[in-house]
Design a protein around this ligand. Structure first.
Ligand code: ADP
Length: 746
């Protein structure tokens, strides 16, 4: 049987992360022995043929992971919308014996692909009739297999939690709004910020949540009042009166009122200027949202989806429904393509017909839940407590090393708790402060500005209570009449919470609900695929490695980059995947001398064949003897003068920095659920202890007594780590020389 031939194209609006997907499709196909083509300039290139359709090799997609946009170009094609155009496109594919397609684009591009697939047999018949191809050729390519990847910064596709590019766009938007917030606060000024999203409010909603903006306008859920403008002004004024110095309104392009009339940013600006009696500035973010280097998440999403796309398209049988690659709760999966496109269209239709409840319902429960949480957080003051309600006294604390996003979680918890009519207490400096009784009451404004701040405003420590500490903690609980504890932190915090839980028999004061929220850059906590802070740290590492790689251009150099993680290799592996490192050293796998010999040989071979840069990423605890220093010394000694070796130890920058949009959003979502849990459990005679997390199916909670069976205590990490499965993809992408060619850049 002839080898399979597959083509990949990017179509519609460009999105950061498309390059990672193209690279991944090309390399996975080559690894599977499939001939692979790239179709340049989207469907237009398919219609034009010629050198718009080019065979790719391993090197053709080298060095593109960190580039924004799409190197194979994208276009909108009117020709492809016509039957004649599609027949010409079919001829161009058949001439090259291509009958499998991976399309990376939005719902328009995927609809076009589906139509093309449906028409394929009749297009071939027409080509046979006109004598352009033979019947035998038509027979041997009777079906077109397609698979779709969604590249769209708007995150507007039904059926997937994220589209390729949306996370990067959110990075651009939050950076911009954080910057605007600081100037707005300096001048006590109001700003209107317009972000992309004609039919989808995802970017506006999440940006408002991530930055602590005060008002948000999204297409799916217009303000329900006729005089929404007055409501908005009143809210901003209340915020100022409560002590806020900045007022920011975030609006999606497709913002409208409840009658469907579009709301323009200049209208909002003018209205605010009149009513607030001050200057109001508008920033329309425009195309910067599309541009720039893709975030770590988008690179890895593109890579993992591209891999899955090739697996899926090669396995497709003629009768199978075409699939789209999706991510659900952090796991890559496949979903029926046209059903997702139709539901996406249904949302747009619901918005057009002013059926906003339906539009929100179709967006899914997590979107709706986030919207509700946002409405609480944006308030300038909490709702007054219900008459006769006995307020609970709920305490919040941070534990372990600081993780970006801790403050975001504290802010959300404090505000949501206050809004439900409860008293919120902050415990300073983790268990150390708990033992010493450092507890203070928090109010609405004490967490103002915390959504976007790195570090730990409450203070944190690694202390784990033992012995007489329990007595002191029980005293603190009684003295401050604490009815529930939210612990936001890392491994030591989880251990401390577990201790309190099992000491309940000895200390009745501990018979209150306790919940842990995972916050650690190491991502080494049980019951959650991701902990808060890990995404920020990963982006910090990826940005640093990008710079290191740039600095090395035109020299033959190998870098060994050491990253944090303690004995958990998550950061090392995911940073390796996002930067195209050829080797990743993990504690989970250990380091063996014979493997180092192979690594050195590969390096030498690579540099002999023109490689300019080598990149190895080593987890800080990968091996006690083969330290970063020792690895560098071995590589250098064995380099035969072919290349130099340098080490880069990234250190504590990885724990710092303002939280990434994902960490802010996830911190807020977790915190909202945790407060609900504490309130519910505080009423129970046997309150539970739990830890929250994100798993394949979404947000989950486990009981604290599951900790011992879920963690590997000696190595301080979960016994089962989902990301270990990703190692295969990382190895595939960076393997040396498949197809006989030598990689000079990753
Ligand atoms: P997106 O994929 O980002 O939604 P568009 O809707 O502009 O972007 O679609 C990109 C291209 O896909 C179009 O220019 C056209 O070539 C093709 N396309 C879109 N819809 C169809 C369709 N119904 N039939 C055929 N081709 C289509």
């Amino acid at each position: 049987m002839a080898t399979k031939r597959l083509a990949v194209l990017t179509s519609g609006g460009d999105a950061p992360g498309m390059n990672a997907a193209v690279r991944s499709v090309v390399r996975t196909a080559l690894d599977r022995g499939v001939t692979v083509y790239a179709i340049y300039e989207g469907y237009q290139g398919m219609v034009e043929g010629g050198d718009r359709i080019r065979e790719m090799n391993w090197d053709s997609v080298g060095g593109i992971l960190g580039l924004g946009g799409t190197i194979i170009g994208t276009a909108r094609s009117d020709d492809f919308r016509t039957h004649d155009g599609r027949r010409t496109a079919a001829k161009n594919l058949i001439d090259r014996e291509i009958d499998s397609l991976v399309i990376i684009g939005g719902d328009g591009s995927l609809t076009g692909a589906n139509l093309f697939r449906q028409e394929w047999p009749s297009l071939l018949s027409e080509l046979v009739e006109s004598g352009a191809i033979t019947q035998a050729t038509a027979d041997s390519h009777g079906n077109l297999a397609i698979v779709g990847l969604v590249g769209s910064i708007d995150n507007d596709m039904y059926g997937t939690n994220m589209t390729i590019g949306a996370d990067t766009a959110l990075h651009r938007i939050t950076e911009a709004i954080d910057a605007i917030a600081s100037t707005a606060a300096s001048h006590q000024r109001a700003f209107v910020v317009k972000v992309m999203g004609r039919n989808c409010g995802y970017l506006a909603l999440m940006a408002a949540l991530a930055t602590g903006a005060e008002w948000v306008l999204i297409p799916e859920n217009p303000p329900p009042w006729d005089n929404w403008e007055d409501k908005m002004v009143a809210d901003l004024q209340r915020g100022r009166a409560a002590g806020r110095r900045d007022s920011i309104v975030v609006m999606a392009e497709g913002a409208r009122d409840k009658h469907g009339n579009p709301i323009g940013s200049s209208y909002v600006q003018k209205f605010l200027e009149e009513k607030l009696g001050e200057e109001v500035r508008t920033t329309v973010l425009g195309h910067v949202q599309r541009g720039g280097a893709p975030s770590a998440f988008d690179r890895n999403l593109g890579t993992m989806m591209g891999y899955q796309a090739v697996e899926t398209v090669l396995a497709a049988r003629p009768a199978d429904e075409p699939q789209m690659i999706a991510i659900r709760g952090n796991r890559i999966t496949t979903v029926p393509l046209m059903a997702c496109v139709e539901q996406t269209r249904a949302i747009a239709k619901a918005i057009d017909e002013h059926e906003y409840d339906r539009a929100m319902e179709l967006r899914g429960s997590s979107f709706t839940e986030t919207y509700r949480t946002l409405r609480t957080l944006l308030r300038s003051l909490p709702h007054p407590a219900a008459p006769g309600q006995k307020p609970l006294r709920l305490a919040v604390m941070n534990c372990g090393a600081p993780a970006p996003g801790m403050n975001t979680a504290v802010r959300a918890a404090v505000r949501i708790g206050l809004d439900r009519g409860h008293v919120m207490l902050g415990i300073a400096n983790g268990f150390k402060g708990f033992i010493e009784g450092e507890v203070h009451e928090m109010n609405w404004m004490s967490v103002s500005g915390w959504a976007s701040k790195g570090g730990s405003g409450l203070g944190t420590s690694r202390e784990i209570p033992s012995g007489r500490d329990f007595y002191a903690i029980a005293r603190t609980i009684e003295k401050h009449d604490i009815h529930g504890i939210l612990l936001i932190g890392g491994f030591s915090g989880y251990q401390g919470a577990h201790h309190l839980f099992i000491e309940r028999e000895n200390y009745p004061a501990f018979n209150i609900p306790i919940i842990c929220l995972p916050a650690s850059i190491n991502n080494n906590l049980p019951g959650s695929d991701l902990s808060i802070g890990a995404d920020t740290a990963l982006n910090t590492i990826v940005e640093a490695v990008d710079k290191v790689k740039q600095a090395a251009v035109a020299q033959r150099r190998c870098y060994v980059v050491e990253v944090m993680g303690r004995r958990c290799g998550y950061l090392a592996l995911m940073a390796g995947l996002a930067t195209g490192a050829e080797r990743v050293y993990l504690h989970e796998e250990g380091v063996r001398l014979h493997e180092l010999v192979t690594d050195v040989e590969q390096l030498r071979l690579g540099f002999e064949h023109g490689k300019r840069l080598g990149l190895m990423i080593r987890n800080e605890d990968a091996h006690p003897v083969y330290s970063t220093n020792v690895l560098c010394a071995i590589f250098e000694a064995e380099s035969n003068g072919l290349f130099e070796v340098r080490q880069t130890i990234l250190g504590h920058v990885q724990q710092g920095g303002d939280p990434s949009p994902f960490d802010r959003i996830q911190a807020t979502r977790f915190a909202a659920r945790c407060v609900d849990f504490l309130i519910e459990q505080a009423q129970s005679p046997e309150p539970q202890g739990a830890f929250i997390g994100l798993e394949a199916g979404g947000i989950v909670m486990h009981s604290l007594d599951e900790i011992p069976k879920m963690v590997d205590r000696d190595n301080q990490r979960p016994k089962v780590q989902w990301w270990m499965d990703v190692r295969g993809i990382a190895k595939l992408m960076s393997q040396p020389m498949p197809g006989g060619s030598m990689t000079s850049e990753k």
